[in-house]
Design a protein around this ligand. Structure first.
Ligand code: ARG
Length: 582
């Protein structure tokens, strides 16, 4: 807010301090009766040889002396200044707050909190990254929804975002799949349910290899042929990759996510000899039990394995190659990995190797970790035994939501019920992934997730429809006026509930920025939830369309619109598309 800067500038001048030092000390008091902006005077006691209380009183007097002079503008925004308990407390005029906050919300339109701080900077966000031929489980769902929200937050800040899906499409398991496919593969089944079929033959391979150990040798040979570019093996591998990706794309389409780059691990494999050369030339490669490693003692980490004793590459070497590739092609500002907590050590090792290589942007590579997913009340019934598929989670959520929507709207036609249930049901799942700090484990429970009054997407989405329905019900002439609301009208929003709501609207842009800086969408989500709760309090305590006069109706409609826009922006950042009614 401009006012804070004005106050800070005035104080800096009075104290002969740097502006930045004043700004650091300024805070928001914990309770409204202590004002809106506070400046503590304790640190000044030594310099001025006075008590903090006396200093606060002096500053107050000295500022007030200029109320009709140089500080006229500042005092027009202030109700009063109080010196209390060693603090200088500034009370903002309620009409001023209403006018300025809502005016800037109106100016921000559908994107409150957006900025261009990231202009000319490219941020790579790598997320989802499932493994070819393996089920897309709820853990990949965590990465997918968290990563998309983080990508959205950066885009909102004006950054150029590259969405990466680092497919797990390489490794010795593909040798096994090739052997298993030749022995037991069923092309029809592969067409119908690719991942189901690939999982079936993979499981069978392991069962058979227990009794026929030579299968393992065949698999190693097949993988080696694949690594050396044998066209037949490559064709099989490509087919496995294509059919798997097809299936993953169905999920991505359903949840509206599109990647800019789906280079899998194999893509980076040919770049590894160069990485090895660089490591060698810098004297960083050491032999350990036949394998090539980089020692990371100085980072308190175990050595990072680069080449196995048979010369084949591993997961970490592909990640190292990919960082160099990403820097060459994208010149990234940040390179973010949205991957579960169990891979913390892996990324620590990879980034430490980059540091030892003197790679200048090692500190701009960031592992954004997240917890595990569990289900309340025992195991979630699933088609594949122990893993829960994201698709099953989404389907169940949508089915349960559908029943609720249909019950609440007996007149709604089936098609509309379906559309809304899909949006709300998928939204509920996404929200459940994002609402808490990302490193916390998630325990899914249907009662909690779909509670229309709870800490849920349905509650937020319902609040948005409430705002929309107020607009629909408003007399057209007043809605028109609200669309061009005047400063005089906005200045009427001075009740406690209105002021509280206005302050929550004002906090949204800060929450967006903080969420981006901490790679933690939950910070933004918490603010959206607090705003929705204050709106519903206001809604229950005050009449909006039946306020005492037209001016107040217009002002409250404009406030309602600002709430609706802010909530919708927050939901969209979380990847949840609001609905008009539900
Ligand atoms: N495919 C891996 C898995 O499913 C995640 C890949 C993480 N990304 C990376 N660059 N290593 O566990």
């Amino acid at each position: 807010m401009k006012l804070i800067t004005e106050i800070a500038e005035a104080l800096a001048r009075k104290l002969s301090w740097e502006l930045a030092d004043v700004l650091i000390n300024i805070s928001v008091p914990p309770r409204p009766e202590m004002g809106d902006i506070a400046f503590p005077c304790f640190r000044l006691a030594k310099t001025f040889k006075k008590s903090p209380g006396e200093i606060a009183a002096d500053l107050k007097r000295s500022l007030e002396d200029e109320a009709d002079g140089g500080l006229k503008g500042m005092f027009q925004a202030l109700d009063r200044i109080e010196a209390a308990g060693g603090y200088l407390n500034f009370f903002i005029r309620r009409d001023y707050l209403a006018r300025t906050v809502l005016r800037s919300s109106i100016e921000a339109g559908l994107k409150p909190g957006s900025s261009d701080e990231g202009a000319d900077k490219t941020v790579i966000v790598e997320y989802s990254s499932p493994n070819i031929a393996k089920p897309f489980h709820v853990g990949h769902g965590f990465s997918t929804f968290l990563g998309e929200a983080i990508a959205n937050l950066f885009e909102f800040g004006g950054y150029h975002v590259e969405r990466f899906n680092h497919l797990g499409d390489y490794g010795t398991q593909f040798g096994k799949l090739i052997v298993a496919w030749r022995l037991w593969g069923d092309p029809d089944a592969l067409k119908k349910a690719p991942i189901g079929e690939l999982t079936r033959i993979y499981v069978k391979f392991h069962e058979q290899a227990d009794v026929l150990p030579e299968l393992e040798d065949e698999a190693r040979a097949a993988f080696s042929r694949l690594e050396h570019g044998d066209p037949e093996e490559i064709a099989l591998w490509e087919n496995f990759r294509d059919v798997s990706l097809n299936e993953f794309n169905k999920i991505y389409d359903r949840v509206g996510i599109a990647f800019d780059n789906t280079n899998g691990e194999r893509f980076y494999s040919p770049m590894i000899p160069e990485v090895v050369e660089t490591l060698k030339s810098k004297g960083l490669l050491e032999e350990s039990e036949g394998a090539q490693v980089v020692n990371l003692d100085s980072f308190d980490l175990n050595p990072c394995l680069i080449l196995k004793s048979d010369g084949s590459t591993i997961y970490a070497s592909r990640d190292i190659a990919s960082i160099i590739y990403r820097e060459d092609v994208y010149n990234f500002f940040k390179n973010i990995y949205v991957v579960g907590i169990p891979q913390k050590n892996h990324f620590n090792q990879v980034f430490a190797v980059m540091k030892r290589m003197d790679f200048p942007k090692a500190d701009d590579c960031i592992h954004v970790a997240f917890g595990t997913v569990r289900f309340a009340g025992g195991v979630f019934a699933s088609r594949t035994g122990n893993v829960v598929l994201l698709e099953d989670l989404l389907d169940t959520s949508v089915a349960k939501t559908r029943a609720l929507i249909a019950a609440n709207n007996p007149d709604m036609d089936d098609h509309e019920v379906d559309t809304i249930a899909e949006q709300v049901g998928v939204g509920a799942v996404r929200y459940a992934y994002l609402r808490n700090g990302r490193e916390r484990d998630i325990v899914f429970s249907w009662e909690e997730m779909l509670d229309f009054e709870g800490d849920t997407a349905p509650y937020l989405m319902y609040t948005v429809t409430r705002c929309a329905s107020l607009e629909r019900k408003a007399p057209l002439r007043l809605l028109e006026r609200a669309n061009h609301v005047s400063d005089e009208e906005l200045s009427l929003l001075v009740s406690d509930d209105e002021q509280e709501l206005i302050k929550e609207i004002e906090r949204f842009p800060e929450a967006v920025k903080a969420a981006r800086e901490a790679y933690e969408p939950s910070i933004m989500i918490r603010q959206v939830m607090t705003l929705a709760r204050s709106f519903n309090t206001f809604y229950h305590n005050s009449s909006i369309l039946k306020a005492e006069n037209d001016e107040l109706i217009v002002a409250r409609l404009a406030l309602t619109q600002a709430v609706g826009r802010t909530l919708s922006a927050g939901l969209r950042l979380a990847g949840i598309e609001p609905v008009d009614r539900m």
